[in-house]
Design a protein around this ligand. Structure first.
Ligand code: SF4
Length: 466
């Protein structure tokens, strides 16, 4: 629990959506911490934050609804606070957000990177406090009073932004409309962020895994060079023991990239390769830049380099005009592919996109809600089968696991600590002081957590080896 001095301004973050948002919230939190703010939890009302920062998402209609709900909830629960809203919902639904009259400051994507952001928020705070200034004069108070651990957001896994925006403009996707054209961060900036995260706090609280994240990371011209530099950095910086890449488009995964990744001893072999549909016709309608045949080749190629790799995919079901035959084709394609993790989303139309125009003008192309639910259910179940098959295949082998802070209750009532393998299998083990530790384990058997009779989440029970 943070110890925060009375005169220290308090800020909490609420982050929705993708890993890029998480990386951005982390970077913003650092900016506020440097200016003397203390980080508190949004869940504990007793903390009474002065500023609530909500980083929203707008990728689907559900994400919009969640963003609205959280903004209202935070306004209700923290009536005294300055509410700042940023992210894709703030960009995409600017007018709606203004009409909600809930936020004190709505930030565009570009505003978030502005140098004077903290000063703008501080000015709002002074207005809210009757123009006197909550800290008695307007200057930031020092970081004294905030324990060291709070100055750095302690996470087992840290997200580092390497790229933003996208030039692909897939027919259904709102992201390029809200995040803008593709641009990559300079390599020295990314490497400096990685160093800072790993070295700025004591080893036991420093993150043990770095995730390079962005909207379309592989499309950046300097991406392979960045990966090469990460491999060099891991030789120079022993703290860099595990790193990953976030979702990457299939057309950007080639032999050159896989060769560089293979030369790393810290890269974790999990690839999230968005598929979106397993029907050639629907893929084309979506305006994706690959065919099913090419997608399959990419997945098979990854496995020749990393035979134990986990491979995840996003799939959109019920896209405009998806008939029974298209869905069956999609289902059959996914069943055959050696995918291990499936993220299934029902299609939801997004204004400003090409697909939205079609959805509006050709109602006959819409998939009815019953079929949409059925198809989503079928593919989600297929996803569970694939994950269980992969987990069972890995049983009997050894793996390195990064343990997080989560615990579950085991079959005999014992405490099971949870973490993830490099190929992103959830693992549990009995032990002590495992949080934020990388341990060697023997993967023993798949168990279902929770004894509530409704099934539950499965994980691999393991035995510690060191
Ligand atoms: S690649 Fe397509 S789906 Fe992904 S962010 Fe770009 S436009 Fe959206």
């Amino acid at each position: 629990m943070a110890i925060v001095q009375e005169n220290c301004k308090k800020i909490c973050f609420f982050t929705l959506g993708c890993r890029l948002n998480t990386a951005e919230s982390d970077a913003l939190a650092s900016k506020f911490l440097k200016k003397g703010f203390a980080l508190v939890s949004s869940k504990n009302k007793a903390e009474r934050p002065d500023v609530v920062f909500i980083n929203t998402c707008s990728v689907t209609a559900d994400a919009d609804a969640t963003s609205r709900h959280i903004i209202r909830k935070m306004r209700r629960e923290h009536a005294q606070a300055v509410i700042v809203v940023s992210g894709c919902f703030a960009e995409n639904r600017r007018e709606e957000l203004a009409s909600m009259l809930m936020a004190d400051l709505c930030l565009s994507i570009a505003d978030k990177e502005a140098d004077d952001l903290v000063e703008r928020v501080e000015a709002l705070l002074r207005c809210r406090n009757g123009g006197i200034g909550g800290d008695g004069g307007g200057d930031s108070v020092g970081v004294r009073g905030v324990r060291d651990g709070v100055q750095h957001r302690i996470r087992t896994r840290a997200f580092v932004k390497v790229q933003d925006g996208c030039d692909y403009f897939c027919a259904y996707c709102i992201v390029p409309h809200v995040r803008g054209r593709a641009r990559s961060l300079p390599i020295p900036t990314v490497l400096a962020d990685v160093r800072q995260l790993l070295c700025a706090c004591p080893d036991e609280s420093a993150p043990k895994e770095i995730v390079l994240t962005g909207v379309n990371i592989g499309s950046g011209k300097n991406f392979k060079q960045l990966i090469l530099e990460m491999v060099k950095l891991e030789r120079e910086l022993p703290q860099l023991r595990r790193w990953r890449i976030s979702s990457i488009e299939p057309n950007t995964v080639d032999d050159e990239l896989l060769n560089i990744l293979k030369s790393s001893s810290a890269f974790q072999p999990y690839f999230h390769i968005p598929l979106q549909s397993g029907s050639e016709r629907i893929l084309q309608k979506m305006g994706r830049r690959y065919s099913c045949v090419e997608y399959r080749r990419v997945v098979e190629n990854i496995l020749t380099y990393f035979p134990r790799a986990g491979i995840g995919a996003d799939v959109i079901v019920g896209y405009l005009g998806e008939g029974d035959t298209d869905f069956m084709e999609c289902q059959a394609f996914i069943r055959e592919l050696p995918l291990t993790h499936l993220h299934v989303f029902p299609y939801s139309p997004r204004e400003k996109t090409r697909a939205f125009l079609e959805w509006n003008n050709q109602k006959s192309l819409r998939v009815d809600s019953h079929d949409l639910k059925q198809r989503t259910k079928i593919l989600r179940e297929l996803g569970e089968v694939k994950l269980a098959t992969f987990a069972n295949k890995m049983c009997g082998t050894q793996a390195e696991v990064l343990f997080e802070g989560r615990v579950a209750i085991g079959e005999s009532g014992e405490k099971i600590h949870k973490g993830y393998t490099g190929n992103y299998l959830e693992v549990g083990a009995v032990g002590s002081k495992l949080k934020n530790q990388i341990m060697n384990v023997k993967l023993e058997r798949v168990v279902i957590s929770g004894n509530n009779g409704n099934g539950g989440k499965s994980y691999i029970l393991s035995k510690l080896l060191n």
